[in-house]
Design a protein around this ligand. Structure first.
Ligand SMILES: Cc1ncc(COP(=O)(O)O)c(C=O)c1O
Length: 366
């Protein structure tokens, strides 16, 4: 049977979870539209400069892209103060993480994650027959680096750390993370996934790109999916020392990404206006929703991203399913609820729906 031919991972992996229950309840009367607040996308659109550049390139789709996106790598190197050969462009952060996992994780290798975190780390570990080691985050959803260090054994190969973390929206102490990096044993590679880094507003907060150096087993992952609004174009990148990037490039046998997205990404980097607008409107939405959630008595963890993690003190799956009856789609399948910040109009609809759900829940005496 065909089933016997496929890998154990493919047979066992649970289907991708879209955030609400298997049975979608119908929308309430008068609700006509779905509001997407479960994917952490940029709700303010795509950088207009990127749109123009991509539109122009569509007509040149007969031409292959630059196999290694040298021009984009040069711009990214300049932006981050590293050398061009320290940058590798990929099809989104997802593909970057895939390259890392495939290159490093061998059967029986231990992979440490600080949970709850981005579920993809789990899948990549399983897919490559690694053994997942979970170190829980503390009550503030921050990693305790002494505990992560204690979890390292001779078999540890990779540590995946999202900073800011998804789904919790929290960040760790940057100084503590830098110290941790420099104490890592030589047989361990740390991957710091900075997909949401541009949303951090803490003054002086450091990207771990500053710690990348020869002999340091550190890889930083970034994406154009969030701040630049290019999730559909699938462009991301990695920064590390030249040796690691050279190995990753060797493992990558094809084109790094699509031509249209590549030109869009280069233009998006120049679009300061769009970047600033996204940060400003995201902050407005975050402040507004934080206020509403606090007024409703929810516990809200301080968000450093374009999404929020909160405990509505109502069963999370029930809460997410009810919110969907108002058209508002969030994730209720983590240990708390996760809601992506939308446009102000969307945030207001979500806020009104949350108020109503809380009212109904209290009245029901549950
Ligand atoms: C923590 C984290 N890393 C990486 C990604 C991958 O993003 P993309 O493949 O769109 O670049 C995501 C997407 O939501 C994410 O949340």
């Amino acid at each position: 049977m065909f089933k016997d031919l496929v890998s154990k991972f493919v047979k066992e992996v649970p289907p991708y979870n879209f955030g609400v229950g298997d049975t979608f309840k119908p929308f309430r009367e008068g609700v006509t539209e779905e509001i997407i607040m479960h994917k952490n996308e940029n709700p303010f659109g795509t950088s207009p400069k990127a749109v123009a550049a991509m539109a122009e390139q569509i007509a040149h789709s007969n031409r292959y892209p630059d196999i290694r996106a040298v021009s984009l790598c040069e711009k990214l190197a300049k932006l981050h103060g590293v050398k061009t050969e320290q940058v590798m462009v990929t099809q989104g952060g997802t593909s970057a993480l895939g390259f890392i996992a495939e290159m490093l994780i061998r059967e029986g290798d231990e992979v440490i994650v600080t949970t709850p975190t981005y579920p993809n780390y789990l899948n990549l570990t399983k897919k490559n027959n690694g053994v997942l080691v979970s170190v829980p985050l503390d009550d503030n959803y921050e990693p305790v680096f002494e505990e992560v260090a204690d979890a390292i054994t001779e078999k540890t190969k990779v540590i995946f750390l999202a900073n800011p973390n998804n789904p919790t929206a929290t960040i760790c102490d940057d100084g503590a993370l830098a110290d941790f990096i420099h104490k890592l044993p030589e047989h361990v590679v740390l991957v710091v996934d900075e997909a949401y880094f541009d949303f951090i507003e803490r003054p002086g907060y450091r990207s771990m790109i500053s710690e990348v150096a020869d002999g340091v087993n550190l890889i930083i992952v970034r994406t154009f999916s969030k701040i630049y609004g290019m999730a559909g174009s699938r462009i991301g990148y990695m920064i590390s020392n030249k040796e690691i990037i050279d190995y990753l490039q060797t493992d990558a046998t094809g084109f790094c990404c699509n031509r249209v997205g590549l030109y869009g990404a280069e233009a998006a980097l120049e679009d300061k206006e769009f970047i600033e607008m996204t940060i400003r409107k995201n902050k407005e939405g975050r402040d507004y929703l934080t206020g509403v959630m606090k007024e409703l008595g929810f516990r809200v963890w301080e968000s450093h991203t374009n999404f929020m993690f909160f405990d509505p003190h109502i069963p999370t799956k029930y809460f997410a399913d009810e919110l969907y009856t108002f058209g508002v789609r969030i994730r209720g399948d983590f240990c708390q609820c996760r809601l992506s910040i939308g446009t102000m109009e969307q945030n207001r609809v979500a806020a009104e729906a949350m108020r109503q759900i809380v009212r109904e829940y209290r009245e029901s005496g549950k």
